[in-house]
Design a protein around this ligand. Structure first.
Ligand code: APR
Ligand code: PHB
Length: 390
């Protein structure tokens, strides 16, 4: 098989890139190591920035999101037994976010891809990347015991943090930066109406809590937990009790609880690999960077990477290499700003096990500053709704 772009990984980054390339008349294949059902079974975050919404519209996959997604113009910050609204819409000159699960977005992109008759190879095993330091790279994979080769102009490494793409780059060509946080998030999905119309991010002496949602009848809640905790050690009752303790009394009382339909623990980390390009191999999304979920930037960053990448490939086929040459620097400027924001929001809202004195007081001062200073709230708001593209 020969294509212009071989996309490794069929998560949101790979699928969003595939749709943009299709619209630009550039042919591509998506190679995904898991089954379609497995990819769609993963529960991830659910807040889309305006730029991500626009990208979905542009590639013709936004219809269901507009029908079923929930448009939010604010978030709540909970601390000291009270909740304070940050008016995202007012503070950003009219921007909003969309609550729409990453799982749903991925499904819409898969459907659009299938509808256009484009090729995705699911359960592509043992993917290997070759000759990306030349202008004739290729990708090999095994499917049903048969080895296939895809010759291409470019490889897009959209295969997430554990993928083969970043691992294929010689270690001395790569610089990595990492911060591991000393806690995780225990998340629960339930068929219950959300406790609040808007998301609540709560700072509490027992630890962080987040009230989110997927729809008017489905809620997604998280509590900060110890890294050693296991999801199955947390009964539903223990989860609801702990969540309620971390919220203002009137919110805790209004909470409708029910059986969990998913329960899992995610560790929190910040990670960036530089650069994001090696010859004809381009990394995008989680393959290049990870942010902690506080602020829900992961999917949105993946979307902004592949927006720049699709543009760069289109420019290349129109005769200019400027886009592919600038890809890494352009992405990294936006990536580091989201890394900074996610780190800041995480640091502000969580209980750090070893810091019982200075840290919590600085958090309290900063939260008080955020609700009293329009300048401080504006900074939070403009990062939350998504910084502009270059
Ligand atoms: N070969 C082929 N596919 C692979 C390989 C491999 N060796 N390794 C991983 N994959 C696939 C995974 O199965 C997954 O479907 O690549 C895909 C990567 O998808 P994601 O991990 O969802 O990453 P990305 O598309 O960059 O999306 C970023 O996902 O983790 C969240 O917070 C993150 O919301 C953000 C989003
Ligand atoms: C979610 O709904 O899963 C979610 C929302 C906001 C976040 C993180 C996760 O910051």
């Amino acid at each position: 098989m020969r294509v212009q772009v071989a996309i490794v990984g069929g998560g949101p980054a790979g699928h969003l890139l595939g749709q943009q390339l299709y619209k630009a008349g550039i042919d591509a294949v998506v190679l995904e190591q898991r089954s379609q059902a497995y990819v769609l079974g993963r529960i991830r975050a659910g807040v889309l920035e305006q730029g991500t919404i626009e990208l979905l519209n542009q590639v013709g996959a936004g219809a269901r999101m507009h029908r079923e997604g929930l448009v939010h113009g604010g978030i709540e910050l909970g601390f000291n037994g009270r909740h304070h609204r940050i008016d995202l819409h007012k503070l950003t000159g009219g921007k909003r976010v969309m609550i729409y699960g990453q799982t749903e977005l991925t499904k819409d992109l898969m459907d659009a891809r299938a509808g256009a008759g484009l090729t995705t190879v699911y359960e592509a095993q043992d993917v290997t990347l070759h000759d990306f330091d030349s202008d004739q790279p290729s990708v090999r994979y095994t499917k049903d015991g048969i080895t296939h080769e895809v010759a291409c102009d470019f490889i897009a490494g959209c295969d997430g943090y554990h993928g083969v793409s970043r691992a294929s780059v010689p270690a001395d060509s790569l610089q990595t930066f990492e911060r591991i946080y000393p806690f995780g998030w225990l998340g629960v999905l339930s068929e219950t109406p959300p406790v609040s119309d808007e998301l609540i991010y709560a700072n509490h002496e027992r630890g962080f809590a987040l009230c989110s949602m997927r729809s008017h009848t489905r809620s997604r809640y998280y509590i900060q937990c110890a890294l050693e905790d296991k999801a199955d050690q947390w009964s539903d009752d223990a989860f609801w009790d702990e969540l309620r303790r971390r919220l203002a009394p009137e919110v805790a009382e209004a909470m409708v609880t029910g059986p969990s339909i998913e329960k899992s623990i995610a560790p929190l980390r910040s990670f960036v690999a530089e650069p994001m390009r090696f010859g004809r191999l381009f990394l995008a999304g989680d393959a290049a960077h990870i942010v902690p979920p506080t602020g829900a930037k992961g999917l949105n960053l993946a979307a902004s990477d592949v927006r720049y990448l699709a543009q760069a490939f289109a420019e290349f086929y129109a005769g200019s290499e400027a886009g592919i040459n600038n890809y890494s620097d352009t992405c990294l400027r936006r990536v580091w700003k989201a890394v900074r924001f996610s780190w800041w929001f995480t640091s502000l809202m969580h209980k750090f096990p070893d810091d019982t004195g200075f840290g919590p007081r600085v958090q309290a001062a900063e939260l008080d500053y955020l609700i009293r200073s329009e300048a401080a709230a504006t900074s939070l708001a403009e990062n939350y709704v998504g910084l502009p593209f270059e």
